[in-house]
Write a protein that binds this ligand. Sequence first.
Ligand SMILES: [Zn+2]
Length: 486
Amino acid sequence: MRRLLWLFALLLLGFAALLVGRVALLVPAPTTESVVALDVANDPVQARERALRLAGAIRIPTISHQDPSLFDPVAFRELHAYLEQTFPLAHANLERELVAQYSLLYRWPGHDPAQQPYLLMAHLDVVPVIPGTEPNWQHAPFSGEIADGYIWGRGTLDDKFGVTGILDAIEGLLQAGFQPSRDVYLAFGHDEELGGDAGAAAIAGLFEARGIDLAYVLDEGGAIIEGTLPGLDRKVALIGIAEKGFLSLELTTKAAGGHSSMPPPSTAIGVLSRAVSRLEASPFPMNPNHLEMTFAHYLAPYMSFEMQVLAANLWLFGPLLATSDQMNAMLRTTTAVTMFNAGIKENVLPINARAVVNHRIIPGETVASVTARVIEIIDDGSVSVAPLTARDPSGVSDTGSTAFAALARTVRQLNDDVIIAPYLVVGGTDAKHFAGLSQNIYRFSPILAEPDMMTRFHGTNERLAVDEYARVVSFYAQLIRNSDQI
Ligand SMILES: [Zn+2]
């Protein structure tokens, strides 16, 4: 018995040594050039003027509704006119094209046509406010009020700060007599919240038709976080270098129907429910590669020892992390049953049932491989499976490019003591439409996230601090300057 205990203790010790030993495999943080923080000290008058210009855009309700009949063209035209009035120098110096009627494409000509152009993106549309939640807003969602140090309203975070932030930066650069060396393109889609198939897709089509390759593309995405990762007390700039794929599958069953007094053992609803519960009970396999890239290569050197042990052993601790929905989304292809419709009357057997299951596909898997696995898990020939919307995951962009270095340098010039960490974006952005046009597609919003920012995104009380927005404008101005050197 005692020998057995000893053996057990030895095994335990060996195992602990293995976990700790793997910490040595963590990649040291990439050495980064030293950067002098820019003096963007707050000029409160300038910050307020910038905030007022964003607030004006917030007051124009350019809403993307699921129901296309609710689309309001007047609001989009009003926003176009507002931008033209508010940023007169930019509109005098940049070429502007209307694409798909409501999206905007700008070109700021550079003085050296031999250099490859790049593209800054944002979107004009916002999500609706859920009816009935208006009274919960501290300031009305389309009021664009400035109060308590914040600009309030739908679109302050997603994503009108990008539209006015980029134009405000260019307005300031033009005032200072700056002209870029390479062409700078701006693309502001009008239907990002519906997938961007009309706006961003058409803009990407124009680039393709004109044979323009881009040095890099920057769209919304990750943000700067602070204090949200345990064992790490520095700011982290999460820069998206890939985004998950999207697959909605429609599952249907058909049955003979009839009177519910003489039912078969299972109705169409029972059959489909079984299929759906099998899917929920069989999550996709974990793929820790992407989280490992962020943790082991970029964050671990700055983490507490306990967190380093965890980061070095995601093969073991992955399932523990996956108990958080946020981490789970970074670790695997997710499964969300989002719709279920069946039945018309309490005593009538249903003749069909329909469900929609939305998968977000991790790079490494594809629409085809996910569909095949779903059919295998359901394992029931009477359930048919058909794609509604399908998009493979994006490629993974290069973090060794000069464009990435310019982006990282800009982030560090605007933020003291910040760690740059590339990561996988679990949602979708308009940048996905530009896959064929650049090797370097980055998804980053230059905002320091408030701890509860995620509940405000698409939610109630969306707001952005006045000081933070002033820095956003400075960020884009500095990025444009830095992009001359890539
Ligand atoms: Zn957005």
